[in-house]
Design a protein around this ligand. Structure first.
Ligand code: 4NP
Length: 170
């Protein structure tokens, strides 16, 4: 676990972050849950939400396996409901975080002229800089795949908090 931060006021800004995957039922709900949980632990005033680019599961709770691996790690994501990614997210959020390259392409396609590359960063580039790696899609796969996804997302969320609370950041 990252030790609690004692940040000066300039680093205690209220960032708004949107985690995005395809269905918003497997990966991005885990990412939303983990980052919210860690922000709460550390007293960070970040707002974290999630969305999916395909809209197939609108209004549904997270996949039962995403809920299970999260609760096993002390993170309750049962209250989340899937929603569709909209271009207006670029007006509402400071950071838009796709779980994978195909999701990033969908975000670009949906956002059109609102797309702002400065706001977009692949999640795993926080923990594995410059590698442009995907969080693999666990949909239809085993429980082990969901555990692997959880671990990858957790490491990236910890790296994200380190990066955006570092004094080196503008
Ligand atoms: P997710 O996984 O993007 O991590 O939520 C998926 C869930 C559902 C579908 C695709 C990916 N789907 O096509 O319904």
């Amino acid at each position: 676990m990252i030790p609690p931060t004692s940040l000066p006021p300039t680093f205690a800004i209220k960032m708004k972050i949107l985690m995005v995957c395809l269905g918003n039922i497997c990966r991005s709900p885990i990412a939303e849950g983990i980052l919210q949980h860690k922000c709460k632990e550390q007293g960070l005033l970040w707002e974290v939400d999630s969305a999916g680019t395909n809209g197939y599961h609108n209004g549904e709770p997270p996949h039962y396996m995403s809920q299970e691996v999260s609760i096993l790690n002390g993170v309750d994501i049962s209250g989340q409901r899937s929603m569709t990614f909209k271009a207006e997210a670029f007006d509402q959020f400071d950071l838009i975080i796709p779980m994978a390259a195909d999701v990033m392409r969908e975000i670009k396609y949906i956002a059109k002229e609102k797309y702002d590359p400065q706001k977009v960063q692949l999640l795993l580039n926080y923990s594995l800089p410059g590698k442009d790696m995907d969080v693999p899609d666990p949909w239809g796969r085993s429980e082990a795949a969901f555990h692997e996804v959880y671990g990858l997302i957790e490491e990236a969320c910890e790296a994200m908090i380190r990066k955006h609370t570092s004094k080196k950041q503008p």
